[in-house]
Design a protein around this ligand. Sequence first.
Ligand SMILES: NC(=O)c1ccc[n+]([C@@H]2O[C@H](COP(=O)([O-])OP(=O)(O)OC[C@H]3O[C@@H](n4cnc5c(N)ncnc54)[C@H](O)[C@@H]3O)[C@@H](O)[C@H]2O)c1
Ligand SMILES: [Zn+2]
Length: 340
Amino acid sequence: MLHNIIIDTNYNTFETWINQQNYTEIAVLVDENTNQFCYPLLQKKLPKHQIIIIKSGEKHKNLKTCQQVWKQLTHLNFSRKALLINIGGGVIGDLGGFCAATYKRGIDFIQIPTTLLAQVDASVGGKTGIDFQNFKNQIGVFNIPKLTWINTNFLATLPERELKSGFAEVIKHTLIADKNAWKDLIKKEKWQDHDWQKIVEHSVNIKKNIVEKDFDEKNIRKILNFGHTLGHAIESFYLNKPSKKLLHGEAIAQGMIWASQLSQKIGFSVIETQEIDEYITNIYGELKLKKNEIENIIQLIYQDKKNFNHQINFVLLESIGKPIFDVKIEENEIKNIFYI
Ligand SMILES: NC(=O)c1ccc[n+]([C@@H]2O[C@H](COP(=O)([O-])OP(=O)(O)OC[C@H]3O[C@@H](n4cnc5c(N)ncnc54)[C@H](O)[C@@H]3O)[C@@H](O)[C@H]2O)c1
Ligand SMILES: [Zn+2]
């Protein structure tokens, strides 16, 4: 797989790259926030282009928004030689990548991720798509961008809660792939004080290496789902609760605590389970759940098509940096981690 990723805070690198291309038309896709905070940093570096603005947020990652994008591309008379530049978080990247893949059977696109989550995760690996009928990422395609250009300067305007949400994927990458990096990560007193350039570079490399080994997610790519089996279930649970909103990374952080507890079944150390629990709880707080809520969350795991017959597939840790995927866990074993 040829995944061209540049991590650079110098805007001229991007300007040089884009000026070497030969696109007949260029459109920039943003939401109202990235239009305000990110687009102005790049505007003057871009060749002649049109701008398409959509509404921000997961609830707009749907077919209706795609129609708006396709409509504008059509009205602008864009040909198959056009380029779409997605400037934004994972929502813009996923939806923009999908629109690019389908407009006139596919035009080129580039990802300029502006959230930590999109920089270390969503913009790497070629997954694009939209939500459909309350199912996340139900419709989509694998589609590799011509370029993913990552500039950590964009993170300066990101709300802290969004930064923290993306940081959960950074934690995940160290836990599944790099014990030394995990030990370095937890040494820092305040997670906000990390050198984001270093963190992003390291995290992107981990994801890129895994994806390149198994693009179609037949085996090793599954380890990127560490924390996501229960994480997705609580994410869905809170989706239906207007009183409390949980961001993706906040749910995954919790999911990683539970996955490491379950990992003791395959020999993961008790001390490291506590270390993970303490570190994550310090940053994300404790999620207190009632018995009936736990029951609901467990049932939501079966929404994932990979889990059926009361058996659920987990990614667990044998040790930090050594994940095992497709570990079958029974419902009762999950209940045990809540009720001990
Ligand atoms: N394709 C993949 O492999 C993959 C992987 C992980 C997640 N995702 C998807 O990513 C999405 C979540 O992405 P996200 O967390 O980036 O959310 P998001 O795109 O909704 O962005 C979060 C918020 O931050 C704002 N924002 C973005 N950049 C900003 C900046 N620099 N300054 C100020 N505000 C800014 C956005 O407008 C939005 O309000 C989900 O839809 C998820 O399914 C995809
Ligand atoms: Zn995730």
